[in-house]
Ligand binder design. Structure first.
Ligand code: KG4
Ligand code: ZN
Length: 344
């Protein structure tokens, strides 16, 4: 059975994993850089790239040691080649190239979004194509119809901020620290979701795209007005975000044909209120609702190794001169949207 070493370094997680064809994660390690970026309230690309340089090689060694394996026993090396912060992507890709060259194993240069798109299949062998994937994290906010390996239809993207980013910015405005999603969710649980009138950007629009920048500005105005308690602002923000997410996903379901399931992935999928709302939406459409376990939902290397296994099984690999790509749309055929592409 094939075993692939996966490497992920496109944002602020340095990660390595060994995954076997039968979906066993033999070992995985993740070094988060939250501490390094916390003082800035967001990921600083230069700090991230340096941290990847320092951490990646020892992390790969430790991952191999955890599995009791030598590089020779691996069938291929898979790494994120984009989209993402280019400094970090290059660190991971160059490392993968060096390992592939030294071990004479195939290199698989992957789109990070493909890792997310296929991760539900690592968690669930029974998940059949096509499934509708809502990918919501600090860097991504997309709805993808996953029709097969390499066959992704992007039905929606954000025209400005990603949803996780909106959570992080709201947290910053309320002085809750970074990363903000979990803190906003905790505070929201103690507030009134109807207390603050906030907009639902793009609600009702025929195209299922997202927009969260206006919501963030409205949160800023609400806070500056001094009229509302922080908990009410957090709760109202979260409710507005949920209303947008549900409305936009409902719209995507209307144009998606007949998917087998609604799947949510990305760091924001940790939010219990959001999961509950999406589960209700799926039930409304008679669809199963699933989310990969959280460690597979957020940025990780197991999903990269798994996507590598899927590609390898199709006989695919990449030349050693393959380039890192800061921007790399998963669905090149998708219509460009104003503002889209900026954040992959
Ligand atoms: O997937 P992820 O770990 O990294 C990328 O951004 O790619 O996602 C992190 C994002 C952050 O923006 C964080 O605030 C958000 O996911 N997040 C949440 C929650 N937990 C994490 N947002 C809302 N509610 C949560 N419980
Ligand atoms: Zn990601």
């Amino acid at each position: 059975m094939r075993i692939v070493l996966g490497i992920e370094s496109s944002c602020d997680e340095t990660a390595a994993a060994l995954v076997r064809e039968d979906r066993t994660i033999l070992a995985q390690r993740i070094a988060s850089q939250d501490e390094a970026h916390r003082p800035y309230g967001g990921v600083v690309p230069e700090i991230a790239a340096r941290a990847h340089v320092e951490r990646l090689a020892p992390l790969i060694e430790a991952t191999l040691a955890d599995a009791g394996m030598a590089l020779d026993e691996v069938d291929a090396i898979a790494a994120t080649a984009g989209p993402g912060l280019i400094g970090g992507v290059m660190v991971g890709l160059v490392t993968a190239k060096a390992l592939a060259m030294a071990s004479e194993k195939p290199l698989i240069a992957l789109n990070h979004l493909e890792g997310h798109a296929l991760s539900p299949r690592l968690a669930d062998a029974t998940l059949a194509y096509p499934y509708l994937l809502l990918l919501v994290s600090g860097g991504h906010c997309q709805i993808l119809l996953v029709e097969g390996v390499g066959e992704y239809r992007r039905l929606a993207t954000t025209i400005d901020d990603a949803l996780g980013e909106a959570f992080d910015k709201t947290a910053k405005l309320l002085g809750l620290g970074y990363p903000g999603g979990p803190a906003v969710e905790r505070l929201a649980a103690t507030g009134d979701p109807r207390a603050v009138p906030l907009p639902r950007p793009l609600r009702g629009k025929p195209e299922p795209h997202f927009s969260f920048a206006g919501l963030k500005s409205a949160v800023l105005r609400a806070r500056d007005s001094g009229e509302y308690a922080d908990a009410d602002i957090a709760a109202s923000f979260q409710q507005a975000a949920i209303d947008c997410l549900v409305d936009r996903t409902r719209r995507a379901l209307a144009v998606a044909g007949t998917p087998t399931a609604l799947v949510v992935a990305g760091g924001v999928a940790a939010n219990k209120a959001i999961r509950a709302a999406l589960e209700a939406l799926a039930a409304e459409h008679g669809l199963p609702f699933t989310a990969p376990p959280l460690p597979l939902c957020t940025d990780n290397a197991a999903m990269i190794a798994w996507a590598g296994i899927e590609r390898l099984a199709l006989g695919q690999s990449d030349p050693l001169d393959v380039a890192a790509r800061p921007r790399w749309p998963l669905d090149p055929g998708a219509e460009a949207v104003r503002g889209a592409g900026v954040k992959a």
